[in-house]
Design a protein around this ligand. Structure first.
Ligand SMILES: *[C@@H]1O[C@H](CO)[C@@H](O)[C@H](O)[C@H]1NC(C)=O
Ligand SMILES: *[C@@H]1O[C@H](CO)[C@@H](O)[C@H](O)[C@H]1NC(C)=O
Ligand SMILES: *[C@@H]1O[C@H](CO)[C@@H](O)[C@H](O)[C@H]1NC(C)=O
Ligand SMILES: *[C@@H]1O[C@H](CO)[C@@H](O)[C@H](O)[C@H]1NC(C)=O
Ligand SMILES: *[C@@H]1O[C@H](CO)[C@@H](O)[C@H](O)[C@H]1NC(C)=O
Ligand SMILES: *[C@@H]1O[C@H](CO)[C@@H](O)[C@H](O)[C@H]1NC(C)=O
Length: 890
């Protein structure tokens, strides 16, 4: 799902927090919760609004705030009658206006619901021309929050539906755009009125395409009474079968509300009087940081209805405290749909729901997974997802519904969510093992991928990127790509090359361009003809492109049906499709006489008919291989014609008929014998345009970009452990906490925060590093020839032809760039000439999808209002970590 339905589903959800706290907390912060919120903290009811201004789909990531040209929202006086230019409004100008809202208060929280619309804009006409883009806009809202007490009060502030705001002089980017409510801000309110400036960014995908285009946000504050808060809603436990957990992992989010660092030294559960450790390592929380804690139950115990945890922690320099919390257990039986937990590739605990195959079926046969990718805003453990397959109790498959780590599947089932789906499949054997399952086994070489809406789009992603791992793909009401969904009009003007760089960064997600990879795969599409959420055009378009490419995909358009109805995933034609492609046979895959492999720049791309591409020549365009299968005497010979391919090999584990024995590459007059492929030996295109076997097996060095490093800036998400966020000067600690909060909010990710002194420790661990650095404090690159260097008074960029470009440092300048670390790891440098530049740069750390961050970006001060048009330089690094030819350079 997406659009209107989502906002209904989540914006009005009541988030309940009943932290059940015993144990003692330090005296100076121990306060009476209810008494304090009651009347002490209060939002104002009168607000001022300035807008609407234009904004493009997901453009806010790039700044693009028109009032920055006037010095930023805090510099503006909402009492004066100054006009500000806006292309959306009459006379091309807007002025401050007033709005009233009704603040609400409960025992423990105070809130205000901000619903804004602009009645005198002719939205209807604009929509006729610009479509849904015309229903997207931005505006600033100014109001406040009272602290009626005479001392500072710390609050947890939940900015639902908000991407950016100022609380007094504190700038917050990230907020909680999709209203997840996982990681609130922890802020101090001084006595009296604290000014709030809230940037409203209207997004059709999350707020709907209905008329009139209203902005909807909720601010909610709770007094932060304890130094540490266990977020009760966040407790993630596997289901219980026969009084045992079905899988071993569990997690809980804790939030620091203290001024000092907190050391959590363990979590224990009390089993029949014995304290058993479920987390026995220590974890640090920076002031205001939230972290998901991984717990492990590696001992069998008989479980009852509830379980009580004790968490031990100490504030810096203080004695140990403990806090207890309780969770309800969910008992079920082995063959029902149940919740299993596992580790996401990043090490954070994730879950999926699993419905094992029917017990009655032959246990001789291993059954494949039906991987069900949910839509946006859908909770995998909620009623809607849990009952999607109720009508097919006999389906011979493991029905697995992963989360992607959030209801928005992290990043729309791309790099992060895709990793979650794959980790879920890999975790089924653990479930089988720990439950002692005696039904049919698992066939896991290939998967039947299905999905609805955003999950339909994820289905396209899975099948186009891993064609050899797919039994079939069924996309219901799926959209073809984010750019095609809510068009990218209304973005700021920029040099065409700057816009092209963003397009290149998104090209991995343009399924329209990957249609040829689907040829040979069973594809089924379904879409309601009256879908007002994902237009039917998306499925018709994909069906047309597939036909052009040579795949006659089955397509059922359902007359007058909307986006979703009960049973969408189990219509008779869907069930037919599942049934005919869940058959696992030992027949090897037969290879057509001719096929094409389109290779986007991404580590998510697997093999096609066993061909694996390890490197592209240039990240600026897609790779392309056309294969003709021939027979020469008794040998099977494949002729590969390549464009933009630098390194390839053949995966020996893919079972295909007519495996190549000999290979011809382009016009090289040499026949390569590939009878004994290994995963180490690769064919590489040398500078002289000749293909050869790479003689060295250890080409995977720091000077080669490979494996998980491949992709645009979002490759940083391919971390194999918690992120390491390093702040290089004390004043950047709040920005590090913000980055950590955003990674948790948008991806469910965990991160360690450490200072510059701990950079070496961060390097010695396994996670990808995000280094936040002001001016010259940046640690030097591990790769000495890295083409971007920060010097005393300038940045130096080394081009491909070894020319150096010098960019003098200027106030407001900032940038982000990836750097290589050993073992496929990456570092994301977030750098600013000053704090303004650093804040600009930090916006580009991945949060929302579709923003199109390339591998490196250097922003000028003007990017604050010009967005990507204010970039001084941006582009990509090639397989050698050199700046690519299509990059935009000064
Ligand atoms: C537009 O400008 C005209 C002339 O200056 C003025 O009379 C009118 O009120 C303005 N309209 C708006 C909506 O500001
Ligand atoms: C955190 O606490 C543990 C156990 O009390 C201790 O071993 C560890 O050194 C502490 N870590 C820090 C950084 O203080
Ligand atoms: C553990 O549980 C027993 C009862 O089963 C209780 O007597 C004891 O106080 C509990 N211990 C702690 C530390 O909670
Ligand atoms: C199954 O569980 C046993 C006992 O815990 C363990 O030794 C074994 O390695 C597990 N096997 C798999 C495939 O996880
Ligand atoms: C078979 O391979 C040999 C040696 O590469 C070549 O000379 C011959 O033309 C090939 N025959 C066909 C039918 O392709
Ligand atoms: C940074 O903060 C730490 C701990 O608060 C302090 O020990 C250190 O002196 C500070 N460094 C600078 C350069 O201010």
């Amino acid at each position: 799902m997406g659009l209107g339905i989502v906002s209904q589903l989540i914006l009005f959800a009541v988030i309940q927090l009943h932290s059940y706290v015993i144990g003692s907390a330090p005296q100076e912060v121990l306060q009476d919760h209810a008494l304090l919120t009651n009347g002490c903290i209060e939002f104002t009811g009168s607000w001022s609004v300035l807008g609407p201004f234009r904004i493009g789909t997901r453009e806010a990531i790039w700044g693009a705030d028109p009032v920055e040209q006037y010095g930023g929202v805090r510099q503006l006086d909402d009492n004066d009658a100054t006009s500000y230019h806006s292309p959306l409004a009459r006379n091309a100008t807007v002025q401050w206006d007033s709005r009233s809202f009704s603040p609400a208060a409960s025992e423990t929280a105070t809130s205000v619901e901000l619903v804004v619309e602009f009645l005198d804009i002719d939205w209807v006409f604009a929509q006729k021309i610009y479509g849904w883009s015309a229903f997207q806009y931005q505006a600033w809202l100014r109001g406040g929050i009272w602290n009626h007490d005479n001392i500072h009060r710390r609050v947890a502030l939940y900015p639902a539906g908000i991407l950016e705001l100022w609380i007094g002089d504190i700038h917050v980017f990230g907020g909680d755009f999709y209203t997840f409510g996982n990681a609130p801000l922890v802020v101090d309110l001084h006595p009296g009125l604290n000014m709030l400036n809230v940037r409203l960014v209207r997004d059709v995908r999350s707020m709907g395409g209905s008329f009139p285009p209203k902005c909807h946000a909720i601010l909610r504050a709770e007094v932060a009474a304890e130094p540490i808060e266990v977020v009760h809603d966040s407790i993630l436990l596997p289901d219980v079968v026969r009084d045992q957990f079905v899988t071993r992992y569990a997690s809980v989010v804790v939030r620091s509300q203290a001024n000092s660092w907190i050391n959590i030294s363990g979590i224990f559960v009390n089993f029949s009087g014995k304290q058993l450790a479920v987390m026995d390592r220590w974890v640090l929380l920076a002031p205001g940081q939230s972290r998901p804690l991984k717990m492990e139950f590696d001992f069998p115990r008989v479980l009852t209805k509830t379980i009580t945890f004790t968490l031990n922690y100490a504030l810096a320099g203080q004695r140990l405290h403990s806090i207890a919390f309780e969770a309800q257990l969910s008992h079920t039986d082995p063959s029902s749909l149940q919740k299993m937990t596992f580790l996401h590739t990043s090490g954070a605990v994730s879950y999926a729901t699993l419905r094992p195959p029917p017990m009655g079926l032959s246990i001789e046969r291993n059954m494949p997974v039906l991987l069900n990718l949910h839509g946006a805003g859908v909770d995998a453990d909620g009623d809607l997802a849990r009952h999607m397959f109720d009508d097919t109790p006999e389906l011979p498959a493991w029905i697995l519904t992963p989360t992607g780590m959030t209801p928005w599947s992290g990043d729309d089932w791309h790099t992060w969510g895709f990793a979650d789906a794959q980790a879920a499949v890999s975790a089924i054997p653990n479930w089988i093992n720990s439950t002692g399952w005696e039904g049919p086994g698992l066939y896991s070489d290939k998967t039947l991928v299905v999905g609805h809406s955003n999950g339909g789009q994820g289905t396209w992603y899975f099948a186009s990127h891993q064609p050899d791992r797919v039994l079939g793909a069924a996309a219901a009401s799926g959209y073809s790509s984010i750019e095609n969904y809510v068009p990218y009009l209304y973005w700021n003007e920029a040099d065409p090359l700057q816009s092209a760089v963003l397009n290149i960064a998104r090209s991995n997600y343009r399924h329209e361009l990957l249609a040829k990879n689907f040829v040979g795969l069973p594809i089924f599409q379904q879409h309601g003809s009256a879908d007002d959420n994902v237009p039917t055009y998306h499925s018709r378009l994909m069906n047309t492109l597939l036909a052009e490419a040579g795949n006659a995909a089955e397509y059922a358009e359902m007359l007058d049906r909307g986006h979703w109805t009960d049973g969408t995933m189990t219509t008779p034609s869907m069930i037919d499709f599942y049934s005919s492609h869940l058959e696992v046979s030992d027949d090897k895959l037969s290879v057509p006489d001719e096929f094409v492999f389109i290779v986007p720049n991404s580590d998510d791309v697997g093999s096609r008919y066993s061909i694996v591409v390890d490197q592209l020549l240039s990240p600026d365009r897609l790779g392309h291989i056309k294969v003709c299968v021939m027979r020469n005497g008794s040998a099977t010979r494949w002729h590969l014609r390549t464009h933009n391919i630098r390194r390839l090999r053949f995966d020996p584990t893919i079972q295909i008929r007519h495996r190549p024995e000999e290979v011809l590459l382009d016009d090289v007059p040499h026949v390569f014998d590939v009878r004994h492929p290994t995963n180490l030996r690769s064919l590489v295109l040398m500078d002289s345009d000749t293909w050869t076997w790479d003689v060295s097996l250890d080409w995977r060095n720091l000077n080669q970009r490979y494996g998980r490093q491949r992709g645009a800036l979002d490759s940083i998400l391919r971390s194999v452990a918690a992120f390491e966020i390093v702040y290089c000067s004390n004043e950047s600690l709040p920005l590090a906490v913000q980055a950590s909060r955003n990674l948790l909010q948008y991806f469910g990710a965990d991160s360690n925060i450490g200072s510059r002194d701990a950079y070496k420790d961060a390097l010695s661990r396994d996670g990808n590093i995000i280094t936040i650095s002001l001016s010259k404090s940046l640690p030097s690159a591990q790769f000495p020839l890295f083409p971007i260097q920060v010097e005393e008074d300038r940045l130096l960029l080394m081009t491909k032809r070894s020319q150096s470009i010098s960019i003098p440092l200027k106030p407001g300048m900032g940038g982000v760039w990836l750097r290589p670390l050993p073992d496929e790891r990456l570092e994301l440098v977030v750098w600013g000439c000053d704090n303004i530049g650093l804040q600009q740069a930090a916006r580009l750390i991945p949060t929302l999808t579709g923003a199109g961050q390339p591998d490196f970006v250097i922003l000028d001060n003007e990017a604050r209002w010009k967005g990507h048009g204010g970039a001084i330089a941006m582009g990509f690094f090639d397989f050698n970590w050199r700046i690519s030819s299509a990059s935009y350079l000064p």
